[in-house]
Unconditional design. Structure first.
Length: 382
């Protein structure tokens, strides 16, 4: 999938506006003069956040220091989002559990027992106890604080699963239509395409090409081969990033790279109207179609296993945002490391998809529609 910057900004604005309304009305009504002062303070904070979200692209990610310790395993079942109306974010930061109401000020909550934590004396719920209720698997189903019950929000697929969208028409019906269609006409490109296979440049780069399997958002196989191609300068930049990550004990795992235009058209034609914000419009093409975008994550060189990130790949929730504040310190550190290394090699992070990076020279390349088999035939390969 490939979402737009406009959607990210719109959703951020909606979140902050929701916080603004809640702080300016509900809190003042509930808690009296003292809370009214805090509500106005929160309103000012929300206004500031709205200004920040409206500022444009992400700021460059600085290289993170040493990795933090993993969060206590007993807390993993507590971390997440809660609340039907008012929202509460539970996250871990530097060995402490934090509670953040409506995306505003995070407060450290002190552990009293496995399911009970103490809110500090300041803040909206100052001095209150935060009590979690867990299911049989140890995952919290709700929290209670200040007499208010916040049920857990199901904001995304569980770890290891995949977002699914029901196609409006079967993919196999749409495939011949897309293959027969023509990409949009553009002026001549500044550079001649030169797609190269990432794994031929760096054998340590691993592949998990979801669109070559049924484990993707449409549940259908899009590619006939599990391969990853990019324009040569972009591919060489990915290899440099891979070598830099080796110094930290990590390698790169690729989920997608060059994507023929007809696949983008299938995505668009198969996706319901209310979910088209998830995919690129084939009338404009995408960075993937130009061979200048890559979806990737980290894996541990020692174990060979993918690292934990704040969200799953191809997830369509706020957790997928490049600066989402939830999750654990280690998950966010992994995300920051990946982003800092990729940005240092000329890539830009997609604000709503931490795994998606666009190469700086994408405008110099045309929208392409050659299949993986055609690329191989042109290069005399398999």
């Amino acid at each position: 999938m490939e979402r737009s910057m406009a959607d990210a900004l719109s959703r951020c604005r909606m979140t902050v506006q929701r916080a603004t309304v809640m702080c300016a009305t509900e809190l003042a009504a509930r808690r009296g003069t003292g809370a009214r002062r805090r509500a106005y303070d929160a309103l000012a904070c929300a206004t500031l956040l709205l200004t920040v979200f409206s500022a444009g692209p992400l700021k460059a990610q600085t290289s993170p220091g040493p990795p933090p310790k993993a969060a206590p395993s007993a807390w993993m079942g507590l971390i997440g989002e809660y609340g039907d109306g008012d929202r509460m974010l539970i996250s871990e930061r530097d060995g402490s559990l934090y509670a953040t109401g409506e995306w505003l000020t995070p407060y450290p909550v002190r552990e009293i027992s496995s399911d009970v934590f103490q809110w500090p004396h300041d803040g909206l719920y100052g001095g209150s106890r935060v009590t979690f209720q867990r299911d049989a698997k140890g995952r919290a189903t709700q929290l209670t604080v200040g007499g208010i019950v916040f049920p857990r929000r199901q904001i995304g697929p569980e770890s290891g699963t995949q977002l699914r969208v029901t196609p409006v028409r079967p993919v196999e019906e749409l495939r011949p239509i897309a293959l027969a269609a023509k990409p949009p006409v553009e002026p001549p490109s500044a550079r001649k395409p030169d797609l190269v296979e990432l794994t031929t440049l760096d054998s340590t780069i691993k592949l998990e090409i979801r669109y070559a399997t049924t484990n993707n958002f449409l549940g259908s196989r899009m590619y006939t081969q599990a391969r990853a191609f990019m324009q040569r300068p972009a591919a060489e930049a990915v290899v440099r990033a891979s070598r830099e990550l080796h110094k930290r004990g990590y390698g790169l795992l690729i989920h997608d790279a060059y994507r023929p235009w007809y696949v983008t058209k299938i995505f668009w034609d198969a996706t319901p109207a209310d979910k088209k914000w998830l995919v690129a419009n084939p009338a404009h093409g995408s960075m993937h179609n130009r061979g200048c975008a890559v979806d990737l994550t980290l894996y541990d060189l020692g174990t060979g296993k993918p690292v934990e990130m704040v969200s799953t790949y191809d997830e369509s929730t706020d957790r997928a945002y490049a600066e989402y504040p939830g999750g654990t310190s280690l998950q966010r550190w992994h995300r920051a490391l990946l982003r800092s290394v990729m940005e240092a090699e000329g890539f830009t992070a997609n604000p709503q998809e931490w795994w998606h990076f666009d190469y700086k020279d994408w405008r110099d390349y045309p929208i392409m529609n050659v299949t993986f088999e055609q690329i191989s035939a042109e290069k005399g390969g398999r």
